[in-house]
Design a protein around this ligand. Structure first.
Ligand code: PLP
Length: 228
């Protein structure tokens, strides 16, 4: 077994244990491999270990990898900050965009997604613990955004994405409560199935609180080197 397989198995084991502790089915938590800064050869190895969904933060880097790995059946997720003038590439090349936090971004993604493609899956990013340096809409804005965004063609609004400050388990509980609140008011509750929260350091707490998708980089690939 190569080291990427080993680390992936360890992470899957952690997810499984966290699910058991929380009385949840392990099928209800998806592992998104966060591959920013790692070269496409490494992603290919992780793919060969069985991983299919990958999350990227930087658009140009992601586009290069999407091109290099176009023969593989990868589901690409964009988890970085969405800039208004970059939506066209996101709409064309990705299956999921997690960082939508304004109506104008959702409108642009919907307009730029080809009707011949499957709808673009999106999550609404919420600044759940009121950090002033963070992206994301306010919790109080979520209900209105959900109502308007879920009317847009070519998109499927799947749920919420949060990045709370480290060790803020209360924020995970708050995100879960907000997620359930929206679901109870939702016109299409069956579409509202994703709570994207938890990273290498806090995935167990996130799963305990109800995460359905953990975004894991370091625990899968090792530390990132931003100098290259
Ligand atoms: C980089 C990143 C991750 C992965 O973080 P690790 O601590 O390496 O697991 C998850 N989510 C987002 C939004 C990220 O930018």
């Amino acid at each position: 077994m190569n080291s990427l397989q080993t680390s992936r198995n360890l992470v899957l084991e952690q997810i499984k244990n966290a699910c058991e502790l929380a009385n949840r089915s392990e099928k209800d938590v998806q592992l998104l491999a966060v591959s920013k800064t790692h070269p496409s050869e490494i992603l290919q190895k992780m793919y060969e270990a069985g991983q299919r969904s990958f999350g990227e933060n930087y658009l140009q880097e992601a586009l290069d990898k999407i091109e290099a790995l176009k023969d593989l059946e990868i589901e690409w997720h964009f988890i970085g900050h969405v800039q208004r003038n970059k939506t066209k590439h996101l709409a064309e090349k990705f299956a999921w965009v997690h960082g939508v936090d304004r109506l104008i971004i959702a409108e642009r993604l919907s307009n730029q997604r080809e009707a011949s493609q499957t709808p673009l899956n999106i999550c609404l990013q919420v600044n759940i613990d009121a950090q002033d340096t963070k992206d994301g809409c306010l919790p109080a804005e979520v209900a209105d955004l959900v109502r308007t965004i879920s009317q847009l063609p070519n998109l499927r609004l799947r749920g919420l994405m949060v990045i709370p400050a480290p060790n803020n388990t209360q924020a995970f509980a708050d995100a879960k409560a907000l997620f359930e609140q929206v679901k109870s008011e939702h016109a299409k509750p069956e579409d509202w199935d994703t709570l994207s929260m938890g990273m290498s350091g806090d995935m167990v707490d996130a799963i305990a609180a109800g995460s359905t998708m953990v975004r894991v980089g370091t625990a899968l690939f090792g530390a990132r080197d931003y100098s290259v």
